[in-house]
Design a protein around this ligand. Structure first.
Ligand SMILES: [Zn+2]
Length: 379
């Protein structure tokens, strides 16, 4: 399905070129009509016409240069749309990915899907050109994958001023696979986080292409093996692509596509976990960005050390926090479809998911561009 999906996309692109060509072609009769009118004029009139056309063209181009509006972070955040998220998630959490069980065929297909999206979007791989995989040997998974290897998928937007300082934006792309013939699609867990950070990467790349790239570097990290015990993020922090001492923050996204059972009817909230545990600076920045741009209700219920769910220890950010790297974990809470074969793409709240993904983008933007570096100021 991945290969087919990719071909369909290529066909679509070719079709687009044809439409553009067709439009150019239909424009010709009008141009030749103007030209024959021109030829019918006397020499002096022709001369004056040429001057008039030249003046109009130069005037227009001067206007274009001055009227080019400056792009804001919100303009880039707005490129993350419900429609784009939906298109990707229907494929990524479709039956063709077979539940993305770590080391299984579907898990490899999912990794390939992400890699193709980065290559196609002109988003670089870190360290080595076109190498988007951090391979994890089978032995690392302690038999949990029945002897199969897997891989984290990585992409990189290099900072323009402080490229050595890294912000890691992570989400796990594995899920529970296929059990007793049932496919566990994992649309919310964690198709929602996976596709959100793909769109965040595309927004940063667009900014970079237009000369507005982040000052610090953004590492997009799609980890594997989360459902088996946070293996992919553990492997990354034990084998980091960039030194952990310069890894300044981890924003981890795990389940942001639904309204949790405790929040029925509330389409404007998100749970934040961990933001103030290591860094007051990060917590304040996160609050300010939300107040300024997104105005979601930020719920810290699960941030409480005494909360019996212990979510702080249950997703990939924990491997970064363990290494004294400040983190924020973005989460919608659990629901009736959590870890069931009924966690499917048509149940996702795409508008809300887009708003949450925009908050994550804008928070990363501020961390990447603000003057001071975020530090673990509570240690
Ligand atoms: Zn899960």
């Amino acid at each position: 399905m991945l290969i087919d999906g990719f071909i369909i996309y290529q066909k679509y692109k070719k079709g687009f070129h044809k439409i553009k060509f067709h439009k150019t072609f239909t424009f010709y009769p009008n141009s030749s009509c103007i030209f024959s009118t021109y030829l019918k004029q006397k020499p002096m009139i022709r001369f004056l016409l040429v001057i008039a056309v030249a003046l109009t063209v130069s005037c227009n181009s001067a206007q274009n240069a001055t009227s080019k509006t400056k792009m804001t972070p919100v303009d880039y955040a707005n490129t993350i749309t419900a429609e784009n998220l939906k298109t990707h998630l229907y494929t990524f959490a479709g039956d063709e990915m077979e539940g993305r069980g770590t080391g299984e065929n579907g898990n490899n297909k999912a990794a390939e899907y992400l890699r193709n999206m980065y290559m196609d979007g002109g988003i670089a791989a870190p360290i080595e050109e076109n190498n988007y995989y951090q391979n994890i040997p089978s032995e690392y998974f302690n038999d949990a994958t029945k002897g199969k290897p897997s891989q984290n998928v990585v992409a990189f937007i290099k900072g323009s001023e402080k490229p050595e300082e890294i912000i890691v934006i992570s989400a796990h792309y594995d899920h529970l696979g296929t059990r007793d013939g049932k496919i566990y699609n994992g649309a919310d867990d964690d198709g929602s986080g996976t596709i959100s950070i793909l769109e965040v990467a595309k927004a940063f790349q667009k900014a970079a292409n237009e000369g507005n790239g982040p000052k610090r570097s953004i590492l997009i990290l799609h980890v594997t093996g989360e459902e088996l015990g946070l293996y992919g993020s553990k492997y990354y922090t034990e084998n980091p692509l960039f030194p952990l001492r310069n890894t300044i923050v981890n924003l981890n996204v795990d389940m942001i596509g639904r309204i949790g059972s405790e929040k029925k009817g509330n389409d404007n909230y998100i749970y934040l976990i961990g933001s103030d545990k290591l860094s007051q600076g990060l917590h304040d920045l996160s609050e300010n960005v939300n107040k300024k741009y997104t105005n979601l209700e930020l719920d810290y219920k699960y941030n409480d050390d005494d909360d019996p769910n212990r979510f702080y220890y249950r997703s990939d950010h924990y491997n970064f926090a363990k290494n004294d790297i400040p983190v924020i974990f973005y989460f919608n809470g659990t629901h009736a479809d959590y870890h069931k074969e009924t966690d499917t793409p048509e149940k996702i709240e795409y508008e809300l998911m887009a708003k949450r993904a925009q908050l994550i983008f804008l928070t990363a933007w501020e961390i990447a561009n603000q003057e001071e570096r975020i530090t673990a100021d509570k240690l």
